[in-house]
Write a protein that binds this ligand. Structure first.
Ligand code: PLP
Length: 286
């Protein structure tokens, strides 16, 4: 396997960053994860736009043009011969003597890109069976709209899910409302067929998959209600599902041990999952 590290394509054992990288010391960086399908990057432009926004919000310099970054992403995908899988891009504030305040102006950001294969069948099988989620109290900062590598609450939540035999953990805020999963957006389908997901204005990362699902739903004549929903409402919903580049649409069949609906993957989630890649294939420039 190969990784891109600050201008070089290196074999994995040699793909290292400096001990004084701010990503290592402060989690002072941002990232993106993009799906690769049939050798193509899915929704590249949307991921790049979000990356640019994350960098701006944290005042990390953009190290190269988005076009140039796209070339690097594709080269890492090519060198790793990834047909179906994921590409990971991380940009940190660079290497500097440890000090909480920003390093000297002109310190170059560090860029790392890796890619890995993951067979479609694994995700498809997970979606056919559906997944379980547990819930944990929301304990993250109020800038979860930034896709930063600073992910300790998410790490602890996902580990709690794993130890409970679940696939994902949903954060629940002080009002009893579900915000999102540790690495996915959260959705429900109400008994009257409304597809509900929390507005991206507060409490969640604006997932690219989430954004595209609005278009997919529209094309399918389905209506999405953008509003916060409570954990109680989710437990009583007809369906639930999660969305992310790593999961596309994956039905949730159990929340904190309660079956969702009849305990099987829902028809709306299954239909949205099927339509997602059809839609991506029809609009390759997005
Ligand atoms: N929410 C969080 C906290 C995430 O980390 C992610 C993705 O990793 C998502 C939502 C889904 O975003 P996307 O659809 O862009 O993968």
């Amino acid at each position: 396997r190969f990784a891109y590290v600050n201008g070089l394509y290196l074999r994995h054992p040699e793909a290292v960053v400096h001990v004084e990288d701010r990503g290592y010391q402060f989690a002072d960086g941002v990232y993106e994860v993009c799906e690769i399908r049939g050798g193509r990057l899915i929704d590249e432009a949307l991921h790049m736009a979000r990356l640019e926004r994350s960098l701006k919000e944290l005042r990390i310099a953009q190290p190269m043009s988005l076009g140039a970054l796209g070339v690097v992403l594709r080269e890492v995908v090519r060198r790793n011969r990834v047909h179906d899988g994921l590409v990971y891009l991380q940009i940190t504030r660079g290497v500097a003597p440890r000090n909480h305040a920003f390093p000297a102006e002109g310190t170059p950001p560090s860029i790392v890109v890796t890619a890995k294969s993951s067979p479609r069948s694994a995700g498809d099988l997970r979606a056919e069976k559906g997944v379980s989620v547990i819930t944990v109290p929301e304990n993250r900062w109020d800038r979860v709209d930034i896709k930063t590598t600073s992910l300790l609450p998410n790490v602890l939540a996902k580990q709690a899910a794993k130890e409970a035999g679940a696939y994902e953990a949903w954060f629940v805020d002080a009002d009893g409302k579900v915000t999102e999963g540790s690495s996915t957006n959260a959705w429900i389908v109400t008994m009257d067929g409304g597809i509900v997901t929390r507005p991206a204005e507060s409490g969640i990362l604006r997932g690219i998959t989430r954004t595209v699902l609005f278009e997919v739903a529209k094309a399918a004549g389905l209506r999405i209600e953008e509003r916060a929903f409570s954990l109680d409402e989710a437990k009583a919903a007809r369906e639930a599902f999660i969305s992310a580049a790593t999961a596309i649409v994956t039905p949730v069949v159990e929340i904190d041990g309660h079956p969702v609906g009849n305990g099987a993957p829902g028809t709306v989630a299954t239909e949205l999952r099927r339509r997602f890649h059809e839609f991506a294939a029809e609009a390759p420039a997005r």
